[in-house]
Write a new protein. Structure first.
Length: 95
């Protein structure tokens, strides 16, 4: 059965992206030194071999996801050349 009504195609697209990392960068060496004070022995090589991770970012106590999301959203809007009232959807993800 075919329709006699023509509907315009619908699509979505990503027009801007933004990201924000917490200021505190913790390397494997930093982590190993901290763990050593607690009697746990590890090293950069051991961590990298098992996880592939060399450093991670940690947010300070009291920093919420929205504290990081706001500047990221502003960057995405600027990239897209849009204002907040022109948005249909925001995709938010953390790791």
């Amino acid at each position: 059965m075919t329709s006699t009504h023509s509907t315009p195609p619908r699509f979505s697209r990503i027009t801007g992206t933004g990201s924000m990392l917490p200021a505190r960068r913790l390397t494997n060496a930093d982590l190993a030194a901290d763990l050593a004070t607690r009697g746990v022995e590890t090293s950069d090589g051991w961590i990298v071999e098992r996880t592939g991770i060399r450093a991670r970012r940690w947010a300070d106590a009291g920093t919420s996801c929205s504290d990081l999301a706001l500047p990221a959203a502003r960057t995405a809007l600027e990239q897209a050349g849009l204002t907040p009232d022109q948005l249909d959807l925001i995709i938010f993800a953390t790791t």
